[in-house]
Design a protein. Structure first.
Length: 615
């Protein structure tokens, strides 16, 4: 072996950069402008508005769930831009996106300043010692305050324990909508040249060892309808060729015999393009490798050398996903059986590393563990839209025993609210066993609260918070480790109204019942025995006949029928339903409906069970 085989080499024609931005701070518009100015979008192609956000749910919730890659060429250098989700529930995605890059572009709105969503990803980027380029966007807004926002960004870096070298980042100013950038807010150039210059200057080119055998760490999975499963990752060393044989290593050991690379793709523009070979530093998608998982290494069969696997945030919530067993099952969905539900969840767990599946005593249900309520709600909502019917239990936290003491997961919660709402938010989090750590008043009419809260205290808190703050609050939470059990948290003070028979609801019955509590159904809705039709204003459950018809008499009262005035029913969102249900209840989900039900539909059986539980 000659000495040169172990020399570190640099691939100067390539850069891999992550983009970190809060929702609506202009990430997509900026990437769009980068693609346009580097000739990736040709004139005849229709310009895509929101290139990085695909998936209906991402558009609706304004969150980027799956890390995606776009790629531009500046001069003779190719820049891969890896998108990062801003939401802590998708922490697994963040870790993996940052694993393939050597630098990061932090994009901040010049009037709003750094928001909490940015904080989590930036913290992870600084931990990985990635050099940062700051870009203050939307400097043309009438309320832009670039100088103050820059100070806030420095404060944020200090807050996240950045050292001196990390605080010396280049600062650029931009109007991404116009595709212009510059080094001062008042002097923007026609084009993003200054931004590209800073990115190329600050981000190191990929390093590799000359003559080293192939190593690719798989950091994401994709699926292609034509070629099947795609393993996506960055080539650390060596070269990979289409048609060659490679071996998959898991925990250092080969998984099965060598397999052939049937297709090889690298990032070009907005998508993946087939290529014949790729080198160290490239981000590639490889087809043909069968049962490959995130964290595996793709290696050379002649000299297989594993890379250290990825560390992924552990799940903190668990819930059961089961087949829909209600009397109304099968009317609205396409996928109804345990096989369908299990198959879909297994597919999810393959690509989504922070979701884990476990069998339950019942063949009809699976236990699903995930990072947070939003992540699980997004999964359920995706399944509904794809035509699945299922029923799910209340999310519960995963506890641990430490030195004989029960410990539960805690989250660090950051909430930005208009100052008028500080009192009501603090009160809500106190009820949920939260402890306030800091309160910062920005003197702009907004305050930032930081709490430490048991993860179970946050179940359903988001919808409550938005109601309490008239939709203005911004909530962000990050896993803060396990601490001792916080004691009982009351999530619902009231019982429920349960239908005692199957049938259609009547206005007459609803009119008689509406004094008892809040109804979840209107007139003419089909219900079944054991279905929850309302919230009782008292603490106990009440079986009610909601299908009752008015007694027919032959004397017509002049005004009795016209007098019914029904209060509109409360229609719950998925997140509200998940928070509302108790341990003995389930949420039934179909593509068209969200219903609440008792786990045991028969009232006598339910009473027997509750007596048994009390013993």
């Amino acid at each position: 072996m000659s000495h040169s085989e172990h020399m570190d080499s640099v691939r100067t024609s390539l850069r891999n950069i992550a983009i970190i931005a809060h929702v609506d701070h202009g990430k997509t518009t900026l990437v769009d402008a980068m693609l346009r100015q580097t000739g990736t979008f040709r004139a005849h192609q229709e310009l895509v508005d929101r290139v990085m956000d695909s998936g209906d749910l991402e558009k609706e919730k304004g969150i980027t769930i799956l890390a995606k890659v776009a790629s531009v060429t500046v001069g003779d250098v190719k820049i891969n831009i890896v998108d990062t989700p801003g939401h802590a529930d998708f922490g697994g995605e963040v870790e993996r996106a940052l694993h393939v890059v050597d630098g990061a572009l932090l994009l901040v709105d010049a009037s709003e300043g750094p928001l909490p969503q940015t904080r989590y990803v930036l913290h992870k980027a600084l931990e990985r010692r990635l050099p940062i380029v700051l870009c203050l966007n939307k400097v043309d807004r009438p309320d832009a305050r670039p100088k103050e926002v820059l100070d806030e960004v420095y404060e944020l870096f200090m807050d996240l324990d950045a050292d001196e070298s990390q605080i010396e980042f280049p600062v650029l100013y931009a109007i991404s909508r116009e595709g212009r950038a510059g080094t001062t807010p008042d002097d923007l150039q026609d084009g993003l040249g200054p931004l590209f210059d800073a990115l190329l200057r600050v981000t190191p080119a990929p390093m590799y060892t000359e003559g080293h055998p192939l190593q690719v760490l798989v950091n994401n999975l994709g699926a292609d309808p034509y070629v099947g499963r795609l393993a996506i990752g960055r080539i650390r060393n060596g070269t990979i060729k289409a048609g060659s044989n490679v071996v998959v290593l898991r925990e250092g050991e080969p998984v099965g015999p060598p397999a052939r690379v049937t297709k090889l793709m690298d990032a070009r523009g907005l998508g993946w393009e087939l290529c014949e070979e790729a080198d160290a530093g490239d981000i590639v998608a490889v087809a043909g490798l069968g049962d490959i998982l995130v964290g595996d290494t793709i290696a050379d069969p002649a000299d297989p050398r594993p890379l250290p696997p990825l560390r992924i945030d552990q799940p903190s919530l668990t819930m059961q996903f089961g087949v829909n067993t209600s009397p109304l099952a099968g009317r609205e969905g396409k996928f109804l059986t345990a096989r369908h539900v299990r198959g879909r969840l297994e597919r999810e767990a393959l690509g989504n590393v922070s979701i884990q599946l476990f069998d339950t005593p019942s063949a009809d249900a699976l236990e699903v563990q995930g990072r947070g309520e939003l992540q699980l709600a997004v999964l359920i909502e995706q399944m509904r839209r794809e035509g699945y019917e299922l029923q799910v239990s209340k999310p519960e936290v995963i506890t641990k025993e430490v030195d004989g003491q029960l410990h539960e997961p805690y989250e660090t919660v950051t909430i930005d609210v208009p100052e008028d709402f500080v009192g009501v938010v603090t009160e809500q989090l106190n009820i949920r066993k939260g402890r306030m750590k800091t309160l910062t008043n920005h003197q702009t009419g907004w305050a930032r609260l930081e709490f430490k809260v048991p993860a179970r205290g946050l179940l359903g808190f988001r919808s409550q918070l938005l109601t309490d703050t008239k939709g203005t609050a911004i909530l962000h939470h990050v896993f803060a480790g396990y601490e001792s059990w916080a004691g009982q948290i009351r999530h619902r003070m009231t019982g429920v109204l349960v239908a005692d028979r199957s049938g259609a609801t009547t206005s007459y019955a609803l009119d008689q019942l509406q004094d008892r509590g809040e109804m979840f159904v209107g007139p003419g809705v089909e219900v079944y025995e054991g279905m929850i039709v309302g919230e009782n204003s008292r603490a106990d459950d009440l079986d009610v006949n909601i299908c009752k018809e008015k007694q027919k008499t032959n004397i017509r009262a002049a005004s009795s029928d016209e007098g019914i005035k029904l209060v509109p029913p409360l229609v719950m969102s998925l997140e509200q339903a998940l928070e509302f249900v108790a341990g003995d209840e389930l949420v039934e989900l179909t593509p068209k409906s969200i219903r609440l039900r008792k786990r045991i539909l028969d009232p006598n059986e339910r009473r027997r069970q509750s007596r048994k539980d009390k013993q």
